[in-house]
Write a protein that binds this ligand. Structure first.
Ligand code: FES
Length: 143
């Protein structure tokens, strides 16, 4: 079996799909190699992510990792959410095939991009807080 049961579950029944009309931060990232795009919406109250939704125009692994990533940051503080790595998301999904590792980077990038937008909207420079939005290890994922 190429994909774990958890990956199949999150692919078939992705959590937190959709948009937040009055979002406090929206991030969109793309993978320049495959052309897939992910958009992440955050609702933030007192530094806590109270709601999160995503839309992914992409492959099954990208959908499963975004679904799991939204579950992992919901209810967390922004600084906790910024610590979420694509590796942690993959581990929570019981792994991904090596050729699909780069897809999981989209989810990490999208959360960071949405947080950066949240700070920018509040007139705060996000760069010292969010840092550089990470790129895919093999250099596949341009933003
Ligand atoms: Fe494009 Fe997976 S192949 S994100």
């Amino acid at each position: 079996m190429l994909y774990s049961e958890k990956v199949m579950d999150h692919f078939a029944n992705p959590r937190n799909v959709g948009e937040i009309a009055d979002a406090d931060g929206v991030g969109e990232v793309g993978n320049s190699k495959c052309g897939d795009i992910m958009r992440m919406y955050l609702k933030v109250e007192n530094d806590v992510i109270t709601d999160v939704k995503f839309k992914t125009f992409g492959c099954g692994a990208a959908i499963a990792t975004s679904s799991m990533a939204t579950e992992m940051v919901k209810g967390k503080t922004i600084s906790e959410a910024l610590k979420l790595t694509n590796r942690a998301v993959m581990e929570a999904l019981d792994g991904l095939p090596p050729v699909k590792v780069h897809c999981s980077v989209l989810a990490e990038q999208a959360i960071k991009a949405a947080v950066a937008d949240y700070y920018t909207r509040r007139g705060i420079d996000p760069t010292p807080i969010v840092g550089k939005i990470p790129e895919c290890e093999e250099g596949h994922c341009g933003v």
